[in-house]
Every structure is written in structure tokens, then in C-alpha cells.
Design a protein around this ligand. Structure first.
Ligand code: 5FX
Length: 532
């Protein structure tokens, strides 16, 4: 080896395939990207996907993901990337998407030759032509059937970590069994996007890791094993088609001869199980102790964090097995009403200007004189509210038609963080510090409210490619555990990572105001849900 050891993270996301290499000191040494629409236009995807005529089905051709891996590695080779120095690879995949390997593909994978790219060798290996992905919402019937059979949404959440969701893979598999029976029967192995890419790299079927496996409504999230009951309710013979689930730091195998011969990988290079993009982002943001929470303020707002005592809930969020701690869990809550909703209020009440928005926040008191608003511009996920609209309440709890523009601005920000505090506590998260990321995290008046509502310090991090970086960190973690032949805490391998920036500390008085407000917020939310 000419270089110090490298750890490679791949991120097969909805729109692109990225690679991020780090050295043992956690410095990023190289990054590469293949954009599906622009670089592989022959697949005619838009944003990496095909939308069905029903408006509900969303799929991608699995060949696209294979072609992307060929192209990415080719680009890395042309850039003289030192493949021989890579001692471990791991990866991230968009969650929930599924790939159906045809009977006989196990043999094909083992026999991959370096003489050709992967695609011509695997073109004919898929029993289901179109892989359903996380944007698909065509499985409501399968979700309701699972919930009915298992005793209701809360029972499904208790067992699998989430109530039945349309995009969750078990419900997608049930639909494939019901509507594409020949394809299901011809399937030798069902992979998630994550385990699919890992399988290509080892030339063998890689297990699904417990963290991404939690996004299927098929795994007993506490035992971290498939639930035979859920499998039986989904499709016959499913256990054999899924193979095992395994802890995320497990070594899947060593890199296949295809990659050694074609690109010059080191034959000893280990492939660590791939995981989902959200679990990998959790690793990339180095959340590891219970109470470490990240809030990404983007088009949709996402809150996730680590915990030891999860409280799965039918009305909010997801519990996944932890991607870095085999005994731990991660919780994730997604809000559809994120930046677009804040921007809507900015445009209506603050002349379209963030400066004016900040000035309105400065002119209004913490707690907004008891005024509380619910801004449902998009059908909301947390809590589930399908009907859109804005509901405003005065201090006396009576509905009011409008707030002053300044109060409107404060109400949207306070309402969003009160909701996050309420629902994160409901599923067992007890934030002790928050890492804020995403576009709106540059806005300090928003971070002020975040810190005061939760009563914890807020750190900031730019989040470029956190899933790919997290995958590279996980490669280092899995490799360290394998090399030492004993589990090593993720924190131990992250010691050299740069510190995050402390941006906001909570104000005790403001926090007390929000704590008092939370009870009223929760009661009003019940009213809003009942009325919509
Ligand atoms: C998580 O449950 C999701 O559906 C998305 O965040 C996908 O993982 C995006 F890839």
C-alpha cells in the first residue's frame, strides 16, 4: 500500500450514488458522485424515479443502481483513486426500497468476472422489473390488513417500531406477492437497497442490517430478529427469501474478485453491512449517547436521536434498531411542514424577508402571549393530519381567525418546536443536546427557540453528504470491531472527529415558559386533530 488505510462510504440515495473516502484520522480524502438523471439518462428517471399512472406507485429500475456503481468506480479509477488502500467499505441506501433477485443469481454473483462491468452480467437477474422505493404510497390496503391482523396500529408499532406505513418494505412485498405472483415466486432473495449494493460488492447475498431492517414492518424491533408472525402475514416463504438480519457493524464478507481485478481493490478489503440513509446520517453526525439528537431543518423537518428505552407509537415517528450500538435504538420523527411552511409565513407576514422575520421574532415575547398556531400547509405526518389549513388559538384557548403578522411569525416557529418536544418525548427521546443541520439552521432566531423549548444547548453542523460520511465512519467502526475481535464503542473510533460548534445555550426562564405552554399545546393539538 502506498497510502495510509482508507475507509470508503457509498451512498445509494434516491437521486444519486456518492462515494466518500476517509483516512484513519477521519479526514475526508475524496468524494465522487453519479447523478442518476444526468449521468444515466437512458433510464429516463426524474429525480431518480419513475412515477406510476396512479400517482401512488413510485419505482426505480434496479439496473440503474448497478449501472451507477459501474460508472462511479470507473470515474474513481480515471481519477486514480487508490483502491488498493481501502481496507473497509460500508454504505448507505435510501430506506425501504426493495430489489428482487431472480433464482440462480446467487451463482451469478459468485461468478462475476472482472472482464466486464457489472450491468451486462446482472441485467437479467431481477425477478421484479421495477423496484418500489420509499416514495411509493400504493399499499394502503396491505397496511390496513397487517394492522387488523396484528391487533391495530399500536400493536404493529409495539412489535416492529412503527405502525404500518405504505413505504415500509413488508407492505411493498405483500403487494408484489398479491399483484406480481410470478415475480415473487421467481425471487431467490429480496434485498433492501442497502443490502443490494453490499451484495454486489461481496458477490454473495449480504444480510440486511438491523437498523435498515427496522424500516420494513417485519422485524421485532426489540429482539432484532424477523417476526415470524409479521412474515407469515406478508407472503409465504418470506424468511428464506429475506435471509438473516445482523447487527450493523457485522462484516458481510471480503470484496469480490470482480472489483480486485477490474479496479485494483485490496483482496483483504472488508465489506461492512450497509444500512439505511437515516441510520447512516445518525452515524455521520456522530450521535451516540442517549439524548444526542439532531434536527434537520429542510423541506421537511426531521428529528432523530439515540435512545435506550424506546416507546414505539402509532401516531408519531419510527423506532429503529441502532446502527452503531447493537443494544441501542434510534428514533426518527418526520414533519412534512418544514421550510416551505416557514417560508409561507415569511412571505405572508414578513414581506418575504428573513431579516423582517427575525425582527418580528425580536419584537414578540417568548410564549407569544399564549397564542398558539397549527400551520398545516402540507398534509402532516406528525401527528397525522391530512386536512390542510391553519388553526390559531388565543390565550384563552378560543379559536381566532388571525394573529398580528408578528405573532404569526412567532407562532409558526414556537409551534414547530413545541410539537417536536411533545412527540419526541412521547416516543422516549430525552434530548440532552441538539445538533441543528439543514438550510434553516443558519437562522439564529429559529435556533434560539429550539434551544429554549428543549432547554438544551444547540450545536450546528453543515451536513454535506452526512449519509456517505456516516457510511465511511461505519466502515471504520465495523473494521475496528473485526480487527480487535471484540465490539468497540462507536465513540471510541470517533475521537479524532472535529468538534461541532456550540451555537445557542438555553435561557432558563424562557424554557419554563415553554414547559408550561406544552400542556396547552398538547390539548390544542388533540382538538385540531379531532376537527380536521
Ligand atoms: C425514511 O423513512 C424515508 O422514507 C426517507 O428518509 C428515505 O430513507 C430517503 F431515502
Amino acid at each position: 500500500m502506498n497510502h495510509s488505510p482508507l475507509f470508503l462510504g457509498l451512498d445509494s440515495s434516491t437521486q444519486s450514488l456518492k462515494a466518500c473516502a476517509i483516512d484513519a484520522d477521519l479526514n475526508v480524502t475524496a468524494e465522487f458522485t453519479v447523478n442518476f438523471d444526468a449521468d444515466l439518462p437512458q433510464y429516463k428517471t426524474q429525480g431518480g424515479v419513475h412515477r406510476g399512472p396512479d400517482g401512488l406507485s413510485v419505482t426505480s429500475p434496479p439496473q440503474l443502481w448497478v449501472a451507477a456503481l459501474d460508472l462511479l468506480l470507473q470515474r474513481m479509477k480515471e481519477a486514480r483513486f487508490p483502491f488498493a488502500s481501502v481496507v473497509a467499505i460500508s454504505g448507505s441506501g435510501q430506506q425501504h426500497g426493495s430489489v428482487y433477485f431472480k433464482q440462480g443469481t446467487h451463482t451469478t454473483l459468485g461468478a462475476l468476472t472482472p472482464a466486464q462491468p457489472l450491468l451486462p452480467q446482472l441485467d437479467n437477474s431481477f425477478a421484479v422489473a421495477a423496484s418500489p422505493i420509499w416514495m411509493d404510497s400504493s399499499t394502503t390496503a396491505q397496511c390496513r390488513a397487517l394492522e387488523t391482523a396484528l391487533g391495530g396500529p399500536q400493536a404493529v408499532a409495539e412489535l416492529t417500531g412503527s405502525r404500518a406505513y405504505e413505504r415500509f418494505t413488508g407492505n411493498q412485498i405483500a403487494k408484489i406477492f398479491q399483484t406480481q405472483r410470478a415475480g415473487y415466486d421467481a425471487t431467490e432473495r429480496i434485498a433492501l437497497v442497502s443490502s443490494f449494493v453490499a451484495s454486489l460488492l461481496i458477490g454473495d447475498y449480504a444480510p440486511i442490517d438491523v437498523s435498515d431492517g427496522s424500516g420494513m414492518n417485519l422485524m421485532d424491533v426489540r429482539r432484532k430478529q424477523w417476526s415470524q408472525k409479521a412474515l407469515d402475514l406478508t407472503a409465504p416463504g418470506l424468511a428464506a427469501k429475506l435471509g438473516p438480519v445482523a447487527p450493523s457493524h457485522t462484516v458481510a464478507g471480503t470484496i469480490h474478485a470482480h472489483f480486485i481485478g477490474r479496479y485494483g481493490f485490496n483482496p483483504a478489503c472488508q465489506v461492512i453491512l450497509f444500512s439505511g440513509d437515516n441510520p447512516c446520517s445518525l452515524a455521520g453526525l456522530r450521535l451516540q449517547k442517549p439524548g444526542d439528537v439532531a434536527i434537520s431543518l429542510g423541506t421537511s423537518d426531521t428529528l432523530f436521536g439515540t435512545l435506550h428505552d424506546p416507546k414505539p407509537s402509532a401516531s408519531e415517528g419510527h423506532i429503529f434498531a441502532g446502527p452503531t450500538d447493537p443494544d441501542g435504538y434510534m428514533a426518527m420523527i418526520v414533519y412534512k411542514n418544514g421550510s416551505l411552511t416557514r417560508e409561507d409565513v415569511r412571505d405572508r407576514a414578513a414581506a418575504g424577508s428573513w431579516e423582517e422575520f427575525t425582527a418580528a421574532m425580536d419584537r414578540t415575547p417568548v410564549g407569544n402571549h399564549g397564542q398558539i398556531g397549527f400551520f398545516i400547509k402540507e398534509p402532516e405526518i406528525t401527528p397525522p393530519i391530512l386536512k390542510t389549513g391553519i388553526q390559531r388559538f388565543g390565550m384563552d384557548g378560543k379559536a381566532v381567525p388571525s394573529f398580528t403578522p408578528d405573532a404569526e411569525v412567532r407562532a409558526v416557529v414556537e409551534g414547530q418546536f413545541l410539537s417536536m418536544r411533545l412527540h419526541s418525548n412521547n416516543i422516549g427521546l430525552q434530548p440532552k443536546s441538539i445538533l441543528a443541520t439543514g438550510g434553516a439552521s443558519v437562522n439564529t432566531c429559529i435556533l434560539r427557540v429550539m434551544s429554549d423549548v428543549f432547554g438544551v444547548p444547540v450545536f450546528t453542523a453543515t451536513k454535506p453528504n452526512s449519509a456517505a460520511l456516516g457510511a465511511a465512519y461505519r466502515a471504520l467502526h465495523g473494521w475496528t470491531c473485526a480487527t480487535r475481535e471484540s465490539f468497540t464503542a462507536f465513540a471510541d473510533v470517533m475521537k479524532k472527529a472535529p468538534a461541532f460548534i456550540l451555537t445557542m445555550e438555553p435561557d432558563a426562564k424562557a424554557h419554563a415558559v415553554y414547559t408550561a405552554m406544552l400542556t396547552r399545546y398538547a390539548a390544542l393539538e388533540q382538538r385540531v386533530m379531532a376537527s380536521m
